[in-house]
Design a protein around this ligand. Sequence first.
Ligand code: HEM
Length: 146
Amino acid sequence: MRLHPPATLLVPRLAGENCKVAGYDIIKNSRVIVNVWAIGRDPTLWEKPNEFCPERFIGKEIDVVGHNFELLPFGAGRRMCVGYALGLITVQSTLANLLHGFEWKLPGNVRKEDLDMEERFGVTTSRKNPLLVVPKPRLPLDLYSS
Ligand code: HEM
């Protein structure tokens, strides 16, 4: 959710008063668009920003629910995502089921460094090209039939 936030830009805000943000003058009534994608890869905020390294969060207080402005996959404030709890549970339970149910391998000689992680930008972000992986059941086969 840091490197590939599903919503790259938050819902536009209107500045309620003149203010200064990071040295920039924001005039009252300006439309402000927060680029969560760029914040998640900002080298002044993140060490090795382009590396997928979930261990970086171990022992950190940082969360994804609008308290830490360097990580805002669900936005923040009054217009923050109302479905964030459902969204988080859905992502976590889907991922847990896929990992519990299957061993995953890359096809042929493809190395993880060769994975194509390009994105298609839009209102929500998706992979530009499909992910090709080979699943192998890791549980008794009768558990996979409906
Ligand atoms: C992983 C899943 C999800 C992600 C990453 C996500 C992300 C976001 C983001 C970034 C915003 C804009 C917040 C802002 O501008 O501060 C938003 C708004 C919103 N989301 Fe989600 N969302 C997810 C799942 C859901 C689900 C499951 C629901 C409904 C069941 C939902 C309903 C909404 C609604 C209604 C808004 C508009 C809130 C408003 O403008 O007041 N989202 N979401």
